[in-house]
Write a protein that binds this ligand. Structure first.
Ligand code: SF4
Length: 255
């Protein structure tokens, strides 16, 4: 995508949603970090349901360590991979107490050194808690960037590097939220809703999805034309069968 198109792409997403943010609920950077760790391969909605009662009583790493792994496991058992995640949350809480005085660090290196914290989690925390211009690439962002031609790449690292290079001001801070929300609600994995997409003319994805009523019409007209071709075929078959039976009834050679 050309520079001007990239600008227009984000301008339109920004116009539709001027203040995007994460859908994960949290009250402070520590709770955000825990929520993001729990959200791996799980929906934000499922994490919010599990975390609402948990975050009522746990707001800091010390409280989490005192709460303990067993009770945490029980509190998050509705979330996928809860065993490993409970272990990681307790270990990262202990690491925050031991290495960072109970605070969530503000550098990528320190964040990624915590148990269960990868590059994407660090990017979300740096961006959402500390306002850094980072580009967390999750499955939605990866799909949107490749489909649209905005920042194509074979790996999440490649896509992240391209976003970092091409996203202009004043969109850098919120770009990843816009892309996540666009992928989650419009440019969906199985059937992108192109007919109501604000960036349809900028997007390089060729098989654009028609509006539901147009899809119904086009299916109906296809089955209509299939019907007449069936009739033609049937007619053709009948004619050839007649020809064959006539030729069978005719002697092949005159006596
Ligand atoms: S036009 Fe379709 S494929 Fe392209 S960004 Fe919009 S929803 Fe996604």
């Amino acid at each position: 995508m050309k520079r001007a198109e990239v600008f227009e792409f984000f301008r339109r997403l920004a116009e539709a949603n001027p203040s995007p943010t994460t859908e994960l609920e949290s009250g402070n950077p520590y709770q955000l970090l825990v929520a993001v760790v729990l959200s791996a391969q799980a929906t934000d909605a499922s994490v919010n349901i599990a975390c609402r009662p948990l975050f009522e009583r746990i707001k800091a790493p010390r409280q989490m360590v005192d709460f303990g792994e067993e009770r945490l496991r029980d509190a998050i058992k509705t979330i996928g991979l809860f065993n490993t995640k409970a272990k990681n949350v307790i270990a990262l809480s202990q690491a925050l107490i031991d290495r960072h005085n109970g605070e969530v660090p503000k550098t990528r290196e320190e964040l990624q050194a915590l148990p269960g914290v990868g590059r994407k989690t660090a990017n979300v925390v740096l961006n959402t808690a500390y306002g850094e211009e980072t580009f967390a690439v999750d499955t939605h962002v990866f799909r949107v960037c490749n489909r649209t031609g905005l920042a194509p790449g074979k790996t999440v690292d490649e896509v992240e590097a391209k976003l970092d290079k091409i996203v202009p001001q004043p969109f850098r801070r919120d770009a990843h939220h816009w892309l996540i929300l666009h992928g989650r609600y419009t440019c969906k994995a199985r059937l992108p809703e192109c007919w109501r997409c604000p960036v349809i003319d900028l997007c390089r994805y060729k098989p654009k999805t028609l509006a539901p009523e147009e899809r119904t019409k086009s299916t109906a007209s296809r089955s209509g034309s299939r019907g007449s071709s069936t009739a033609r075929t049937a007619k053709g078959r009948t004619a050839s069968r007649l020809r064959a039976s006539r030729s069978r009834s005719r002697p092949s050679r005159l006596p």
